[in-house]
Design a protein around this ligand. Structure first.
Ligand code: PNS
Length: 178
């Protein structure tokens, strides 16, 4: 039986190209679950762009610049992580950055359908780009920016869900100073 050729097969003697990955998302705001994936990605890839999407369909609490600032502060100790932003097609941005990998976190089976659809669409649009999924630590498997905003808005504690620098900004953005 013949197998379909792999889309990218470097010759064994060729020097290894730096492996550049893009971790795209809304990051509204960045959570400890995102940070977990960023740490994992930064240890695997030579360069990791953490790219905030300009998503006109989604109403965000924070501006793109505010979200990038938070990511920058939270990743200051990771020299191969580059906070960035993109608009338009993700696959175009990935190619422009010379990246070969899209990194996404999957928390539970409920994430799978959307992620599967997105990965296959992105493969259709850019055959040479691979989507790589990583699982965050179990304690973050229920965590999402949306839930963190809801809990914070209702006065619940969020200190174990987001990096410390996010807490005052989130409370200020929600108009509460608890
Ligand atoms: O954190 P999110 O909201 O799950 O991130 C979703 C995101 C930003 C990765 C996705 O909406 C995206 O890739 N948007 C860019 C537009 C695009 O390329 N769409 C076609 C790919 S399916």
């Amino acid at each position: 039986m013949t197998q379909a050729p792999a889309p990218h097969q470097p010759s064994p003697s060729a020097p290894r190209q730096p492996l550049v990955a893009v971790y795209p998302g809304s990051f509204d705001p960045i959570t400890n679950g995102h940070m977990d994936i960023i740490h994992r990605g930064a240890s695997l890839f030579d360069t990791l762009y953490v790219a905030v999407a300009h998503n006109i369909d989604k109403r965000a609490l924070f501006s793109v610049d505010e979200r990038i600032d938070m990511i920058r502060e939270c990743t200051a100790a990771l020299p191969n992580v580059i906070p960035d932003t993109f608009s338009g097609l993700l696959i175009r941005y990935v190619a422009d950055r010379g990246a070969r990998v899209i990194l996404r976190g999957v928390r539970a089976v409920s994430d799978f359908e959307f992620e599967f659809q997105m990965a296959l669409m992105n493969r259709k649009l850019g055959r040479e780009i691979e989507t790589v999924f990583m699982m965050p630590a179990e304690q973050y498997s229920f965590l999402s920016s949306r839930l963190v905003k809801e809990v914070a808005g209702l006065g619940g504690r969020i200190d174990c869900f987001v990096p410390a620098i996010v807490i005052p900004r989130l409370l200020a953005a929600l108009g509460s100073d608890r």
